[in-house]
Design a protein around this ligand. Structure first.
Ligand SMILES: CSC[C@@H](O)[C@@H](O)C(=O)COP(=O)(O)O
Length: 384
């Protein structure tokens, strides 16, 4: 395995029609390896094992994995158009079982099924062409959406706290590795940095999978953004010690129509700490993360992952890393054999703890005195 420094511009999802490859996020940050995804079965496996992760990225990899399969001349698709459409829909249903919480996946599956059902029926190639074009559009649109979220979020924070010298705290990884590029909450951090508004970003380890310590650190180093890693348990102490941190910015896996937000485990306690210390708590998410079918967060399915993610940790040997030798990721048991762990991958932050929800269409805030958002209509400050 080769060791590499972080590339200048991250491309976690590499689509070169008809080929898809993804940056293996189980091996980051010490090893950058692209894995070929040739089929929906490969896509399902990459999502379930978290070789790729992050709500928007999961949806896009699922969509493109099936595009790669459909464009493969050796893929055994039936010749008849109706049969072909049914096979595509069955593959989409299968992809939807890869992870349960991020609604972007289900949103993508629903939209792609509608494309397949609406495609002209005369030629077999049409349904595939329509599918591939729609999947490719999802990749392209996500970057544009993230750039809009970055700009609107940076403007919102600047309007409340000034346009320079800002400190922010973020959680998990919501950057180029979790999306098609730029990122959501990390997109706001990137935009603040590009516009010289950012003084410093603090980011959590995000146990147990360490999306912060491994992936956000990797992205921030690549772009030389001034940043400091903290343990998840240091957040309250950090907010007390650093009055310059004006906002906590996080992503979302699913937002109910009242604003209750499911995001990476630990987000809820960050929101409580932010409220206690009088800081803004901002959710950054594309509208594909909003699930208007859910009245509130109690209806969100929370994924529980394997106990071993808590009981065992992974890393590389420090001496090999320092000597620039080839490194191999190894598992290290932390808890004693026999110890039991509970490992919910997400938690739900109640709407009343959230200052604003930044989408690509605009910023939602709660009406004066309201404990909940109304996400069923356009945001008050919509983007034309
Ligand atoms: C733009 S990514 C937003 C969320 O998906 C992110 O914060 C998160 O919770 C990711 O969880 P993960 O388990 O790594 O897929």
């Amino acid at each position: 395995m080769a060791t590499q420094s972080p590339p200048a511009s991250l491309e976690a999802i590499r689509w070169r029609r008809p080929r898809l490859s993804i940056l293996d996020q189980l091996l980051l940050p010490h090893t950058s390896t692209y894995v070929d995804i040739r089929s929906s079965a490969d896509g399902h496996r990459a999502i379930a094992t978290m070789q790729t992760r992050g709500a928007p990225a999961i949806a896009i990899v699922a969509a493109l994995s099936l595009a790669a399969e459909l464009l493969d001349p050796e893929s055994p698709l039936p010749d008849k158009e109706g049969d072909r459409a049914r096979v595509i829909e069955a593959r989409l249903d299968y992809l939807a079982t890869s992870r349960p919480t991020a609604v972007n996946l289900f949103d993508a599956v629903r939209k792609l099924k509608a494309v397949v059902q609406g495609a002209p029926q005369e030629l077999c190639a049409d349904v595939v062409a329509a599918y591939v074009a729609a999947a490719e559009a999802m990749l392209k649109d996500d970057v544009a959406d993230n750039r809009a979220i970055g700009r609107l979020g940076a403007q919102f924070i600047a309007s409340r706290h000034g346009a320079s010298g800002l400190g922010v705290l973020t959680h998990c990884n919501t950057g180029a590795l979790a999306t098609a590029g730029h990122g959501t909450a990390l997109g706001i951090v990137r935009t603040l940095h590009e516009e010289n508004g950012l003084d410093h970003v603090y980011f959590t380890e995000t146990r147990p999978y360490n999306q912060g310590a491994r992936l956000t650190a990797y992205e921030l180093l690549a772009e030389r953004i001034p940043a400091t890693l903290v343990c998840d348990s240091a957040v309250s102490a950090l907010l007390r010690a650093q009055p310059g941190i004006k906002a906590v910015v996080v992503g979302a896996d699913r937002v109910a129509r009242n604003g209750d937000t499911a995001n990476k485990i630990g987000t809820y306690q960050l929101a409580i700490a932010a409220r206690f210390h009088g800081r803004d708590f901002i959710v950054a998410a594309p509208t594909t993360s909003i699930d208007n079918s859910l009245q509130d967060g109690t209806e969100i399915a929370i994924e529980e992952r394997a106990q071993d993610e808590v009981l065992v940790t992974h890393g590389v040997a420090v001496d090999k890393l320092m000597n620039n030798s080839e490194v191999e990721r190894a598992a290290v048991r932390v808890a004693p054999l026999g110890a039991q762990a509970w490992n919910p991958s997400f938690d739900v932050t109640p709407a009343h703890l959230i200052t604003a929800i930044v989408t690509e269409r605009g910023v939602y805030v709660r009406a004066d005195g309201a404990a909940e958002f109304d996400l069923t209509g356009p945001p008050p400050s919509s983007v034309a």
